[in-house]
Design a protein. Sequence first.
Length: 278
Amino acid sequence: EEDKYWFAQADGDLFSWYKAHSKNMDVEIKDPEVWVSQIQGPLSMKLLENITDGFSENDWKYFDWKELQILDQKVIISRSGFTNELGWEIYFRPENETEKIGDYILEEGKKLGMILVATPGFRCRRIEAGLLSAGQDFTKKTNPFSVGLGRFINFDKKDFIGKEALMTSDKKCKTWGIRVAEGTAIKGESIKINEKNIGKITSSTWSPYQICGVGIVHLNNNENGPGDVVDVKCTDGKFHKGEICKLPMYDSKGEIVRGLNRNIPKVPNPWPGIKTTN
């Protein structure tokens, strides 16, 4: 339906924002009361084919969604996720036997090597891919341009909330990645150059693939960016050198998430570290 939209968010107050702005408008805002889980990785589509009837990976594209049956129960499946890996998300309705379906997915998934992990287990892939977390990497104090999402703004539209402010705002990106040589940056800490505060860490973790700390940073202005070497406080209580970098940190063409590259790395690919110049 062209006039129906579904927004999925892990956390935040967007629902209240929608309700507040819906006053005097011909629109209905409601919580569909669904619960979501995600299955991610190179064999995720194989699993989906095994547990549903008549499904083929070739039937849909990245970010499509379908209503499919698992154990004779209708569920909504979207080709999406928060890891930038090939995968899908399943939305359970209140009438679904959630535990029964979930146990079935886990049972069939184990045959393909699937394991159950919590959010920290895939946080590094989210950060490395540059997938922003609402309330963390973008907030009420940022705008789409400053966090690299300006391409989604269409000023040709007659009107929308915030249009006037966005038209006069700075259009340059201030959100980048960071790699830290010998530690994991502390989220919320400032990043500095020559003792001068130039921004802060909005997301951070350790990357077992790149063998370094990785994070997302929001800079105070456009004077700094990829290639700049900074000082940042890490979880060991010490300051370590880090380097601002572009996002995503690898797979810039999105071949992994689209299933064009399903090779699972057998060994890490360590970041070579900060380049020094004489």
